[in-house]
Design a protein around this ligand. Sequence first.
Ligand code: TRP
Length: 343
Amino acid sequence: MAFTPRVFSGIQPSGDLHLGNYLGAIRRFVPLQDTHDCIYCVVDMHAITVWQDPDDLRRATREVAAAFIAAGVDPKRSIIFNQSQIVQHAELAWVFNCIARMGWMSRMTQFKDKAGKNSENVSLGLFAYPSLMAADILLYKATHVPVGDDQKQHLELTRDIAAKFNNDYAASIAKEGFEPDFFPITEPLIAGPATRIMSLRDGTKKMSKSDPSDQSRISLLDDADTIAKKIKRATTDPEPLPETVEGLKGRAEADNLVGIYAALSDKTKADVIAEYGGKGWGTFKPALAELAVAVLAPIASEMRRLIDDTTAIDAVLRDGAERGSVIAEATMKDVRRIVGFIR
Ligand code: TRP
């Protein structure tokens, strides 16, 4: 069966959005609107797998939605909503909890990293997180999911869940008159290494909202002055920029800053090295700061304008939820029949 080319992706409303979220995810959502039906979700139900203050959750939810729009996602063409408004996400996630195996979940590296030694005391929701993510994607029968490298394993699990559902319920799927591949085997659209943005303090760690140092990341709502200061203070080695891209090997911080410059200017690292190879940080950092401000300032000001009008942003989320729930309910109607739930 041919599935409509459809993209689904989600961002958690927990903590501040930063440059890594923008270059690695949100910015990539925009061109996909020309080739696919796109559904972009603020995954508030995923966020509460770890404690979130309710007011912070509301603020962050609106902030992520505002970032989508400010970056160029068109809320008329695409569907933008927050996950909890479409209750079918929770409903399908339960069915998938009964499809996925404990062993599959236990192998998830993100769970192991997040739970650490504390695995007896994290929420059950954190363990089941990938099953809700599979529900997000498969509720809309999404064919493609743009995600970062770190989500690859969760995408594979989504494919395993789709295949096991199609297989376990094969007889019922046929009896109810559906195609045997009821759920698609979703393809990841993994961002290239150039969009993997690392911490400004440590070039071997991903830029992250959970890093205790605010200096390690550029927040999308940082003002020009703050952006420039953070770049100026970014950790580097004492050597000037190398003359070739190969010279970036083993120089994690230099590689990261060149990568950020390349991503922000839509160039390759080789282009950046052709321009700045052999120059010192005193030349490169101010140029990078200027570029970052030029790209991010208009996004930040549009985000602020959107966030200020909570009524308008909430209306966008409600409109998205109304349109999304038509697709979600159509899938769930079929799933209930396949599983044997009476209605
Ligand atoms: N787990 C993703 C992350 O932390 C967020 C997410 C939830 C997601 N549901 C999704 C991403 C569905 C893509 C598709 O980045």
